[in-house]
Design a protein around this ligand. Structure first.
Ligand code: TNX
Length: 530
């Protein structure tokens, strides 16, 4: 090869490394485009300078908008503990003086949509603008990752809070970027759910789907049917004491999520997966008898007696109370694995339940089996196993939420040695969790049919935050990126570097992640596999 060819090859490869955004950022940082952001933004322009957060800064917010002020408070709560700075949130009607942080609305760039933002860091300050407060919150997630990992510490860190300068313009690929947490098989208290919400906020998820009822437990207080929780909530898989959220606790979860622009999607699974309800109220069952509470892990053996009127009264009361405490757009009605409900009973049941949900003004989501029924327009079919079901939904003109168990179920083990998790769908290593595209995954489901992506964490084998961490990390951030970033910008090799660079954050936050050898971890050797 001639020297000139060689040097142009070298040039080309450095260019490729450059566009893949390798994460060789030195500290203090100088190159915004080399930052290891997850999800990878739509566009990053670096201008090679630096800006330092200082103790005398404030967070200025556009005056007269509560949601913007809330975003300012949220940012202050992220920056405060580690910096120790007393960051005041101040309303202003004009841009603030130099050297400050400024959050404001700007709807001129229509392509940004509701959640897009422009984050401009110059040597004279931080300007974050978005058409909506949701976008400001997404921009805050970016700013957080641009700061040194020590920003995640809950105690004051004596370091220089340096940022590289430039402009990030960013917006999501999918409208719905969700994560499901099963609080039915094992119950997780409010503070654990809040922590999960924090994880989601870090990676720009915008939906938390709570699986609130199943055979093993009923987890949400329903005032008109109190035994659902006093009896149905009293145990869990393995026979532990279970638990439930009072309506006030549920509202706290909803509010905590709302501040982070995450919508809670509550699920009541029916007509199957209902043993806890049947154990609480015998009249919901065929023989008027209550079965024993169930603490095993089998699926598909229970059903509401769909031919009884009282069952519809029950559904109406439950959905009515749930809708009243749920400000979000959706109610999830389950509908999966109703193996003991004859199809001739299942279909009219789903159709009646749809009407009940519709009367509350909410949009219906159901697992893919619901597509056997005649769906009301606007319903969302959550694809988890059966392409045929999802296509049935599409043929009826509704959209699909992509949660293929073989890719998106993070209750699956990483490999056969994983200490917890199931493997009925697949073993899902970190690269396999990342390396798929919802828009090409299943024949007959194309980009336009897809509302979004959701990962699911079923809880048969997990009992506490440590277990959640182990299965969610490091796979969870990947779904954030699949949902947010354009498919053409996603690349496993590059992602693996950016994920590895999150390691310090995981450790400072005390996240007990699985140290997969597929990930290009940062400088430190990963902690031993527990
Ligand atoms: C299938 S996914 C289920 C759940 C289990 C899960 C375990 C779906 C709609 N149903 O009931 O918890 O597998 O991976």
């Amino acid at each position: 090869m001639k020297p000139s060819a060689l040097s142009s090859l070298a040039l080309l490869s450095s260019f490729i490394i450059g566009i893949l955004g390798s994460c060789n950022q030195s500290y203090p940082p100088t190159d915004l485009s080399a930052e290891a952001l997850i999800p990878i933004p739509v566009s990053v322009l670096s201008d090679g300078n630096q800006f330092q957060l200082r103790h005398d800064m404030n967070i200025y917010v556009e005056a007269g908008n509560q949601e913007v002020a809330l975003a300012g408070e949220y940012l202050a709560s992220i920056l405060g503990p580690a910096t120790g700075f007393d960051l005041e949130v101040e309303e202003t009607i004009v841009p603030p003086p130099k050297g400050q942080i400024y959050l404001h609305l700007d709807a001129t760039d229509r392509e940004l949509g509701k959640e897009g933002y422009v984050l401009e860091i110059t040597d004279s300050g931080i300007d974050l603008k978005a058409p909506d407060a949701a976008g400001l919150t997404m921009g805050i997630a970016t700013l957080r990752q641009l700061l040194p990992p020590e920003i995640e510490s809950q105690t004051i860190q004596d370091i220089d809070w340096m940022l590289s300068t430039g402009t990030i313009r960013d917006y999501p690929e999918y409208e719905y970027r969700g994560a499901m947490l099963d609080v039915a098989r094992h119950f997780f208290p409010v503070d654990v759910v809040k922590r999960y919400i924090d994880y989601l906020a870090m990676y720009k998820f915008n939906r938390l789907h709570l699986h609130l009822s199943d055979d093993q437990g009923w987890r949400i207080e329903i005032r008109s049917w109190p035994r659902l929780t006093t009896i149905g909530g009293s145990t869990e898989v393995g026979g532990g004491k279970g638990g439930f959220y009072t309506q006030d606790e549920y509202k706290q979860i909803v509010e905590y999520a709302r501040i982070r622009h995450i919508m809670v999607v509550p699920e009541i699974d029916m007509p199957g997966h209902t043993n806890a309800a049947l154990a609480s109220y015998p009249e919901l069952n065929f023989d008027n008898r209550s079965p024993e509470l169930y603490t095993g892990t089998e699926v598909g053996f229970s059903t509401l007696c769909t031919t009884r009127e009282v069952v519809y009264q029950f559904v109406e009361d439950v959905i009515g109370e749930l809708a009243a405490i749920t400000p979000g757009d959706y109610i999830h009605i389950g509908g999966d694995e109703s193996h003991v409900t004859p199809m001739e009973d299942y279909i009219p049941f789903i159709e009646r339940v749809q009407d009940i949900v519709q009367a509350t003004g909410k949009t219906i989501i159901g697992w893919d089996e619901i597509a056997h029924a005649k769906l009301v327009p606007g319903t969302i079919v959550q694809y988890w196993e059966e392409g045929d079901n999802a296509r049935k939904g599409i043929d009826q003109g509704v959209r699909v939420l992509m949660s293929p168990a073989t890719k998106a179920y993070i209750d699956m083990q990483y490999d056969s040695t994983s200490r917890i998790g199931l493997h009925w769908a697949a073993y899902i290593e970190v690269d396999e969790a990342y390396n798929w595209d919802p828009a090409t995954f299943e024949e007959g489901i194309s980009r336009d049919d897809i509302l979004g992506v959701e990962t699911a964490l079923w809880a048969e084998t997990i009992t506490d935050l440590k277990d959640i961490d182990y299965l969610a990390f490091p796979r969870l951030p990947g779904y954030g990126e699949i949902g947010w970033s354009p498919a053409a910008q996603r690349d496993w090799e590059d992602y693996s570097q950016r994920l590895g660079a999150q390691q310090d954050r995981f450790e400072i936050m005390g996240i007990g992640y699985y140290p997969s050898d597929r990930v290009s971890w940062g400088s430190k050797a990963p902690s031993p596999n527990e």
